[in-house]
Design a protein around this ligand. Structure first.
Ligand SMILES: Nc1ncnc2c1ncn2[C@@H]1O[C@H](COP(=O)(O)OP(=O)(O)O)[C@@H](O)[C@H]1O
Ligand SMILES: [Mg+2]
Length: 367
């Protein structure tokens, strides 16, 4: 008998500012999945956080489609339930079999370790980074500490809690004496450039901090780095590999939300044209950054290449945009790994990580 197809839950949407981007990423993955191997099952998390199973068709990823109330799901953290339970008014609660989850969720409650924690509790195999890498990759301050500890170049920065700003703003503004404008003021835990301001002189600092503080309890202030913006895709578990580098050429004052999703002005150059030896340097930095946060599966590492050829690492995204025209898969395509095969590799890596976890003891009986 033939092997049954793997039932893969594509969990998408989510309680995040990046909800709609997730619909597009999930649609691309759904379209690319080889139906002889996989049986993809779309599962929508609404902006309000409710879970629904959706028909296995492309229309399920349309932002204007509402889920049927009768297709409500519960995700149980009890491993005996094997994850998903269907809430059916007539027959009560029914288990719904799924072999593996592909969380295609960007930003909060998806890329930050929260759903990964739920999947871990249920012993459900899943694609991508675990709880720690996701959470560290989401917090730009802890991420920098992990990068620096692992010998990566990062730019000058300082950070503070919103409560400190509220109680003693002068103490914070005093730090501007040793900072170099323009500055980038950011909420520590967000993505898609939301809440980020570029500040060119001290008069703009207060408004920028207030904006960032409306999104997070922790605020990060970085010196602006002069340089080209490069991105490198990483794939793997214990032996991660790096793709060729891509370059983002922004035509705004920086690569902001509008340019990422609303306007078509930013250019993505794949592969980036680099001076001799720089590709290798960028790839090494990407792999070091991935390992620094203990990444698994995938990650896109974003960095600056300064005029004197220094690589300054900006961030890792543990669930980068995944539409067929997104940088992460495009970089792999340019490295010789087409989109559908990339999905295969990610599923394989998720299975490998899951098998490894099964070998880890959770008791303390003598051997
Ligand atoms: N220190 C910096 N120097 C120069 N440009 C920066 C700096 N920090 C951020 N930027 C610009 O702002 C964009 C968004 O910042 P980033 O830290 O990547 O946040 P996000 O997680 O929202 O993508 C970057 O792609 C870059 O264009
Ligand atoms: Mg970024």
């Amino acid at each position: 008998m033939q092997n049954p197809r793997l039932r893969i839950a594509l969990v998408y949407g989510g309680q995040s500012a990046e909800h709609e981007v997730s619909l597009r990423s999930a649609r691309s993955i759904f379209d690319a999945m080889d139906r002889s191997k996989y049986d993809p099952l779309p599962i929508l998390i609404t902006q309000q956080g409710s879970w629904y199973s959706m028909p296995a068709e492309a229309a399920s990823f349309d932002p204007s489609v509402s889920p049927a109330r009768s297709n409500r799901l519960i995700f149980s953290p009890d491993p005996q339930h094997r994850g998903f339970l269907k809430v059916d008014g007539e027959s009560g609660i029914q288990p719904m079999h799924v072999d593996l989850v592909f969380p295609v969720l960007h930003g909060t409650y998806g890329e930050d370790g929260t759903i990964q924690g739920l999947l871990e509790m249920a012993h459900m195999p899943y694609v991508g980074c675990g709880v720690l890498a996701s959470a560290v990759g989401m917090d730009k301050i802890l991420m920098k500490k992990a990068f620096r500890e692992n010998g990566l170049n990062i730019g000058p920065y300082f950070w503070f809690f919103r409560a400190e700003w509220e109680s003693d703003p002068d103490k914070i503004t005093a730090k501007l004496k040793s900072a170099h404008f323009p500055l980038f003021v950011k909420p520590a835990n967000l993505g898609s450039s939301v809440g980020i301001s570029k500040v060119s002189d001290p008069s703009g600092f207060e408004a920028a901090v207030n904006l960032a503080a409306s999104y997070d309890r922790k605020i990060l202030v970085e010196d602006g780095i002069e340089g080209r913006e490069l991105e490198v895709s990483v794939l793997g578990n214990d032996h991660p590999k790096a793709s060729v580098a891509g370059e983002v050429i922004s035509h705004s004052s920086f690569y902001d939300y509008e340019e990422k999703y609303l306007k078509d002005t930013a250019e993505l150059v794949i592969p980036a044209e680099l001076p001799a030896g720089m590709l290798q340097k960028a790839q090494e930095a990407a792999i070091t950054a991935f390992r620094a946060v203990d990444g698994s599966g995938l990650g896109r590492v974003d960095m600056f290449l300064t005029p004197d050829n220094q690589v300054v690492v900006n961030e890792i995204n543990t669930l980068p945009g995944f539409t067929s025209i997104s940088m992460y898969p495009k970089l792999w395509e340019a490295t010789g790994l087409p989109y559908a095969q990339l999905v295969d590799r990610l599923v394989g890596l998720a299975q490998e990580r899951h098998r490894e976890k099964l070998t880890i003891r959770t008791d303390r009986k003598p051997v």
